[in-house]
Design a protein around this ligand. Sequence first.
Ligand SMILES: NC(=O)c1ccc[n+]([C@@H]2O[C@H](COP(=O)([O-])OP(=O)(O)OC[C@H]3O[C@@H](n4cnc5c(N)ncnc54)[C@H](OP(=O)(O)O)[C@@H]3O)[C@@H](O)[C@H]2O)c1
Length: 275
Amino acid sequence: MRPDQTEFVLRDGARIPAVGFGVYKVDDADAERSVATALRSGYRHLDTAEMYRNEAGVGRAIRAAGIARDDLFITTKVWNTNHGREQTMRAFDASLGRLGLDRVDLYLIHWPAAANDRYVETWRALVELQADGRATSVGVSNFQIPHLERIIGETGAVPVVNQVERHPWLPQADLLEFHAAHGIVTEAWSPLGRGRLIDEPALGVIARKHGVSVAQVLVRWNIDAGVVALPKSVTPERIASNIAIAGFELDEDDRAAIATLENGTRTGSHPDQVH
Ligand SMILES: NC(=O)c1ccc[n+]([C@@H]2O[C@H](COP(=O)([O-])OP(=O)(O)OC[C@H]3O[C@@H](n4cnc5c(N)ncnc54)[C@H](OP(=O)(O)O)[C@@H]3O)[C@@H](O)[C@H]2O)c1
């Protein structure tokens, strides 16, 4: 199958490739290698963060690939300890320096870290960065509805994206409904449930029916819902196959079977637990 080239349009008019390549828990050298493989495999959207400590490796892979900057979509995120206007500005400059870029396509607040209560001030800083043109788009990650209501209510600026854990165990219907009402695109982190969903029998049945992998079913399921999927792998064959989903469709029976898998299981942290 061919790499998926679906794009979604963000509320600020920017276009975002529907499948992005994740590099969480990948060290700098492995990030350089796996991003190089991903770019060769057709990914044009990369998802990193200052907390991943691999922005430099991601940047080296970008430069070596020789792909036109405007054909790439690069996301990074400000970490919880850098909330606040001045810290965020410094963190942003440091991320750009490590990536070797003069702008990112998307800058996100990694977690609300609500106990620290500085996410509104941090959000204002991101809005400033967008106005300066150094972050083409700005959004958030791991925000729950009350956090979204608060930044929108206090600043009037709506994030274009909220990146959250999402997969069939945790489909996040209430959050997606709120996003739809405000024109916010959902991005799914851990779309494969950190690999744990690969062994889910009902997904195996659907994958065999279509002659695809369970990971391909999971990526397709997100895109069909208008959700950006961010699968991670350091394994070259998996990197290539996770985006090669242009060529099959899930049907109503498949979607109904997937809907029965919801059980609330998180494979990562709950936003209230991260400070
Ligand atoms: N904003 C946030 O707070 C947040 C939190 C978590 C993640 N994220 C983002 O979302 C990305 C993805 O999430 P994730 O890394 O937690 O997990 P994931 O993409 O759901 O799963 C990755 C795991 O699945 C395995 N895998 C990948 N493709 C596979 C395939 N085709 N068949 C079988 N196993 C496969 C990988 O193994 P190998 O690598 O060994 O192949 C790895 O163990 C991250 O890299 C990051 O960019 C964001």
